[in-house]
Design a protein around this ligand. Structure first.
Ligand SMILES: [Mg+2]
Length: 481
């Protein structure tokens, strides 16, 4: 009876864990966590607005006119997973094949013709200096600054001297500076509840893993003082079983310098928590000691000292490059990506599922109709004196197809706007995955909106990926409908 009741009390869909590659949690011996935007979710938009203001202050100190950055933090223009074309000052949304679907200059979307002439016949070298990825949630304020500045350049003649690539590089430099020199951290630490979400399910989620025999580790790029303050807020004095937050973790590594952690020989240090001084870790030690705080290090020493390796480790992070792609490419670690935006994406998909299904169906019908039209056209060309009725059918079908294409476009735009007014869905672009969505699919074994979603499933769950329909199966499905 209890089992049935539990089954009926379904987990809310926005709290589910989604599976790209099957993962047996019972085989996982150790689970690692990133901190920023994984365990500690920053409050939107308070933190973003703070980062934006402090970065602009820094840019003005460096000589930029304050007027250049005038503009609001407007969420409709902002999304991560986008690429900046530094030469032309355009923001791009790509699909999984690097085809540019949307491009924005300031706050103006480029027309199809403009996109075509700029990007269609060129191979985009996204790893060159001319392009920059905005793939973390920390890049949202950066994008807001760039969009406002380029919009002001576009609209005001007096800013025409500003070179896009220099401006965009300087924005990146200044935002990095305010992160690294503690400008932002000091403000966050002065009022943590204002900037970081407290998730009451996080402590019991970690506790469940531990009481089920999993080892836990923290692997963050933040340094000791900041990590200690943020983690204390999230975990200390939240459960009787743990005196403070460090009790939840078997290994704690700060200042890890990911992604270098996964592909360098950086040495480990130990941190003296009384004064944050570090000293090199003796190379002769055989294993990590619980309670000691480590800094830096590399994957090879980590696996040797923890005596757990490869597929027995699940790493949970939010950064596609620093956490997920690097660990997936360089190690056998299993990966879980935290995507806080997923809750909204799911809500929109859920509210519009009827429309989305109807759109998919219309697109299948368009493919089938287009095939018939082309065949008739070919036959008409190759038959002498083709009969009038065939031509009549062709014209009728052609008009039907045209109407269908227009209806598809209208429906697709209407749905897309509900995810984000300008950029559509984070994970999709038309019928393809977005570049970001494709990276999630390629590198994240599982993904979910927040760590505490694990609270809703058994710590021994066999997470299985759902069946996917291939193109020929979709045709069959349409045929038998
Ligand atoms: Mg992070």
């Amino acid at each position: 009876m209890r089992g049935t009741e539990t089954y009926k009390n379904r987990i809310p869909i926005e709290s589910l864990i989604f599976v790209n590659r099957n993962l047996r949690l019972s085989s996982i011996k150790m689970i690692g966590f990133d901190m920023d935007y994984t365990l500690a979710i920053y409050k939107y938009p308070d933190f973003e607005i703070l980062a934006m203001e402090k970065t602009i202050e820094r840019l003005v100190e460096k000589g930029y006119p304050a007027e250049l950055f005038k503009g609001n933090f407007e969420s409709g223009f902002l999304m991560r997973g986008l690429v900046v074309d530094k030469i032309n000052g355009n923001i791009l949304k790509l699909d999984k094949y690097n085809f540019v679907h949307r491009a924005m200059h300031g706050k103006r979307m480029l027309t199809y013709e403009e996109r075509y002439s700029n990007y269609r016949n060129k191979k985009l070298d996204l790893f060159s200096e001319d392009f920059m990825w905005l793939d973390t949630l920390f890049s949202i304020p950066e994008l807001a600054i760039i969009i406002n500045a380029i919009d002001n350049i576009r609209n005001k003649k007096r800013f025409h001297f500003v070179k896009y690539s220099k401006l965009i590089s300087d924005v990146r430099k200044c935002i990095d500076e305010v992160h690294q020199d503690n400008t932002l951290k000091q403000i966050v630490l002065s009022d943590i509840p204002k900037y970081i979400e407290y998730d009451p399910l996080l402590p019991p989620t970690l506790h469940r893993f531990k009481s089920n025999g999993k080892k836990l580790f923290l692997l963050t790029n933040s340094y000791w003082e900041y990590t200690n303050a943020v983690m204390s807020y999230l975990l200390s004095n939240r459960m009787r079983e743990y005196k403070d937050w460090t009790g939840y973790f078997d290994i704690i590594i700060v200042g890890a310098k990911k992604p270098d952690f996964f592909n360098s020989n950086n040495m480990f240090y130990t941190v003296d928590v009384s004064n944050s001084q570090i000293k090199p870790l003796q190379t002769t030690i055989a294993s990590f000691i619980k309670g000691i705080i480590y800094q830096g290090g590399n994957i090879n020493d980590f696996e040797r000292l923890s005596a757990i390796r490869g597929e027995q480790i699940l790493y949970v992070g939010d950064h596609i490059y620093g956490d997920i792609l690097s660990s997936k490419k360089r190690t056998l670690w299993r990966t879980c990506m935290i995507i806080p935006e997923l809750e909204k994406e799911i809500k929109v998909s859920q509210e519009n599922m009827k429309e989305i299904k109807s759109l998919n169906r219309m697109e299948m019908q368009s493919i089938i109709l287009d095939r018939s039209l082309n065949l008739i056209k070919y036959n008409m060309k190759n038959e002498d004196g083709c009969d009038k009725s065939l031509r009549g059918d062709f014209e009728k079908l052609k008009r039907k197809h045209q109407r269908l294409i227009e209806a598809i476009k209208k429906k697709r735009d209407a749905i897309s706007k509900k995810y984000n007014a300008e950029w559509g869905s984070l994970l999709r672009e038309e019928n393809e995955l977005s570049k970001f969505g494709a990276q999630v699919e390629d590198y994240a074994c599982i993904y979910t909106s927040k760590v505490s979603n694990f609270f809703h499933i058994s710590p021994d769950q066999y997470l299985v990926s759902p069946p996917k329909l291939l193109p020929h199966e979709l045709e069959i499905e349409e045929l038998i409908r």
